[in-house]
Design a protein around this ligand. Structure first.
Ligand SMILES: Nc1nc2c(c(=O)[nH]1)N[C@H]1C(S)=C(S)[C@@H](COP(=O)(O)O)O[C@H]1N2
Ligand SMILES: [Mo]
Length: 265
């Protein structure tokens, strides 16, 4: 058993309290029925997700330590088919150009309130220490899938750039125009989630290079929050002091349209 496995097991008791946060039973029950459960799942599941979404970050922090791990699963539990959702085939000229060349010219830009603005090629990210985790993705629409993700922990990338003391949030800017009129997808998280061990910039899913439907070339995994936080098609990461002056000011594409910024599960 690796050190990571032992740690995950050791955290099980803490994780049990997550069902108190209304995450678990109904969802995992539904999962037993098939690979992933469909978007039209039971009203109970919807209700559970709706109430979980209303939980404030403050309430979750009260019962969960900052570094509590989301549950990790065995290979045998990986969903046979992982649903793709939201944008699944970005059509912006910038993205199409990068995809045509298999993302060889793509670079992740890291800037904002950092000491050293940087950029990374996919190859450079792959050369950094990696983490692999099998986790459950819960979408606010009421479906869940289990998948294996491999990537570099976000904290390594942030540490290379060096956070300035006033950096409070990490913003992910994406290549897809989900809104349809130039309103590109974006998301943001606080520093506790940014430095969490399971927060990774994933370039592989189930042992293969990330496909376009799932966010190629790079998407973030933020395992203690709902699916819409996990930005796909990431082009740029920015450390900021405030979210108020970015797009609609609520910290994300869906947040600007009414969803909770802290989507704890
Ligand atoms: N760039 C981008 N990221 C995104 C979305 C999107 O439309 N665009 N949809 C979000 C939602 S609602 C979910 S559930 C997940 C879906 O990830 P998947 O397609 O790998 O299942 O991506 C999230 N990240
Ligand atoms: Mo979602």
């Amino acid at each position: 058993m690796s050190g990571m496995d032992r740690k995950a097991k050791g955290d099980r008791s803490k994780l049990d309290r997550r069902s108190f946060l209304a995450r678990g039973a109904a969802l995992s029950g539904a999962l037993l029925l098939g690979g992933c459960d469909g978007p039209s799942s039971s009203p109970t599941v919807r209700k559970i997700l709706a109430s979980a979404e209303k939980l404030t970050e403050w309430a979750q922090r009260l019962v969960l330590p900052a570094n509590a791990l989301a549950p990790e699963f065995a290979k045998a539990e990986i969903s046979p088919a992982f649903k793709a959702n939201g944008s699944t085939n970005p059509r912006t000229p910038a993205y199409l150009k990068l995809a045509r060349n298999d993302f060889k010219d793509w670079r992740l830009q890291v800037g904002g309130q950092v000491m050293r603005p940087l950029s990374f090629s996919l190859e450079e990210l792959r050369a950094m220490p990696s983490r692999t985790q099998i986790t459950r993705h819960d979408c606010v629409e009421g479906w869940s899938c289990i998948g294996e993700w491999t990537g570099v922990q976000l904290k390594h990338v942030l540490n290379r750039a060096g956070m300035k003391p006033n950096a409070r949030y990490v913003v992910f800017y994406c290549a897809d125009d989900l809104g349809g009129n130039g309103s590109l997808y974006y998301e943001s998280i606080g520093m506790i989630d940014a430095y969490h061990p399971q927060t990774i910039l994933a370039y592989e899913m189930n042992g293969e290079a990330l496909t376009v439907p799932h966010g190629a070339p790079l998407r973030v995994r933020i395992e203690r929050q709902l699916g819409y936080k996990m930005a796909k098609y990431i082009m740029r990461i920015e450390a900021v002091e405030t979210l108020a002056d970015i797009n609609g000011g609520k910290g994300g594409f869906w947040e600007d349209r009414g969803y909770a910024w802290y989507a704890g599960i």
